[in-house]
Design a protein around this ligand. Structure first.
Ligand SMILES: Nc1ncnc2c1ncn2[C@@H]1O[C@H](COP(=O)(O)OP(=O)(O)O)[C@@H](O)[C@H]1O
Ligand SMILES: [Mg+2]
Length: 228
């Protein structure tokens, strides 16, 4: 079913076209890998440990370059890591989100507005002055998302953002992202190994031996993973 923000006949927000990549010449990680994430949708990427999920996100983010093939991603885009302590760098919530805006030449008032709007979007406006160390793991991940929203990112890449969260917080986070995608028309690609998270996405990819070997409807993919 089309989401309200899904723009028909528009190119995908994320494209991976025939990518080959290896960290060393004799051990390819991705081999002729293809995937496309439609704009305005929430897709997940599954695969065993070491199957190349993080490598694929790094290629998309331009942190590494493919040996051959092409990647394309709408910008600006954001990246949310498994461990938020590697992402949040300033002493307080408000300062951390504002820090992400330094390159944008905004006035003080504009920065304040962006920070508040982004915090409201993740329901954490009351934490603006809170020190980062006083946040829970789930709150830290929502602050990382707010950082991307403040930069007006249209696409967010998530690399196992719930891996360090307890089960309740895990589901709250995935529900929040599902809602943000619907309400704001974002595009999200979310790496996970927790099959229960598939209940909240629009579609999913299964990565195996360097390729996407199955994709589409999340429940069908879940059944396929459980059967293997
Ligand atoms: N920085 C790196 N340098 C060398 N090899 C790496 C690096 N990162 C990952 N790898 C290797 O690439 C393969 C895919 O890893 P990764 O993309 O992290 O998989 P996943 O995220 O699916 O667990 C693994 O064999 C891993 O050991
Ligand atoms: Mg990984």
């Amino acid at each position: 079913m089309a989401t309200p923000h899904q723009k028909l006949n528009q190119p995908p927000a994320i494209t991976v076209e025939n990518i080959c990549f290896g960290w060393t010449v004799d051990s390819p990680v991705l081999q002729n890998c293809f995937l496309e994430v439609p704009r305005g949708e929430f897709w997940m990427l599954l695969g065993n440990n070491g199957s190349g999920k993080s490598t694929l996100l790094r290629l998309l983010a331009g942190l590494i370059t493919p040996n051959s093939g092409r990647v394309a991603i709408d910008s600006p885009f954001g990246f949310v890591f498994q461990n938020p302590d590697q992402q949040l760098v300033m002493p307080t919530v408000g300062a951390d989100i504002a820090f992400g805006l330094v390159k944008e030449n905004l006035t003080y008032v504009q920065v304040k507005e962006r920070v508040r709007e982004a915090l409201s979007a993740v329901n954490l406006l009351e934490l603006e002055r809170r020190p980062i160390y006083a946040l829970s793991g789930g709150q830290k991940q929502r602050i990382a998302i707010a950082g991307a929203l403040a930069r007006h990112c249209e696409v967010i890449l998530f690399d196992e953002p719930t891996a360090l969260l307890d089960p309740d917080t895990q589901i709250e986070l995935v529900q929040q992202v599902q809602k943000l995608v619907k309400v704001r028309g974002l595009t999200a690609l979310w790496v996970t190994h927790r099959l229960e998270e598939l209940d909240y996405c629009d579609g999913a990819f299964l990565l195996q031996q360097g390729k996407v070997i199955a994709q589409g409807e999340p429940q069908a993919l879940k059944a396929q993973v459980l059967a293997t």
